[in-house]
Design a protein around this ligand. Structure first.
Ligand SMILES: Cc1cc2nc3c(=O)[nH]c(=O)nc-3n(C[C@H](O)[C@H](O)[C@H](O)COP(=O)(O)O)c2cc1C
Length: 193
């Protein structure tokens, strides 16, 4: 089982990325293979000029095509998801998320924008034909404290409980996801009666 993890924050130190890191750890402990991307992995030139032919983009497209699911995290910026994340999603093909399950994670300065993922990111994931977009997890900044001087980050217990519940649902959705038949395998199959 393969999951692509996509971090949408342009910030070096990032709460949404901490949520993503924790989620990756949880999935890996269930035996799920996770490949990791952040918007900052892509040269600005590639994103600003929508270079579909960039090797960075080709690599992401190939991993997404092979993946069973997408774990995507974003900060809330101006009541929406980050523009940097949009520039990456714009480089995926039209049906990139067909047959895939998506779990969105987000962090924001205020609970007032906790629905930003629902009204802003979800339509984009649907446009990419995601099979199932699960109920996401939102944390406000007070629920995640950076660890200073090398200490680990601290999370509010209620947030960790919600995250674990969402990850369990994500894992179950990945397990029950119908296996897509490999077209090449079908073409070369020999049938006998
Ligand atoms: C440019 C910018 C715009 C922001 N706009 C909002 C906003 O509209 N609503 C909100 O709740 N928080 C807003 N925030 C706060 C961030 O969403 C919040 O601090 C988030 O946890 C940052 O995530 P990150 O640490 O992963 O980058 C904004 C922050 C920045 C830098």
């Amino acid at each position: 089982m393969l999951v692509v993890s996509l971090g949408g924050s342009p910030a070096q130190r990032s709460r949404s990325n901490l949520l993503l890191e924790r989620s990756r750890g949880w999935l890996q402990r269930q035996g799920v293979e996770v490949v990791e991307y952040r918007v900052t992995d892509f040269p600005a030139e590639v994103l600003l000029h929508a270079r579909f032919d960039s090797p960075h983009v080709a690599d992401l497209r190939a991993q997404v095509a092979n993946a069973d699911g997408l774990l995507v995290a974003t900060p809330v910026y101006k009541a929406s998801f980050s523009g940097a994340l949009k520039t990456v999603l714009d480089l995926l093909p039209e049906r990139a998320l067909e047959n895939k399950v998506v779990l969105p994670l987000s962090t924001g300065g205020s609970k007032a924008h906790l629905l930003a993922v629902d009204y802003a990111l979800r339509p984009v994931l649907s446009a990419l034909k995601a099979e199932e977009v699960l109920q996401g997890v939102f944390a406000d900044d007070s629920q995640i404290a950076y660890g200073e001087n090398g200490a680990p980050a601290r999370y509010e217990m209620a947030l960790l409980e919600r995250l674990e519940e969402a990850l369990q649902q994500f894992h179950q959705a990945l397990v029950r996801r119908p296996k897509v038949l490999d077209k090449n395998l079908l073409a070369t199959a020999r049938w006998s009666v």
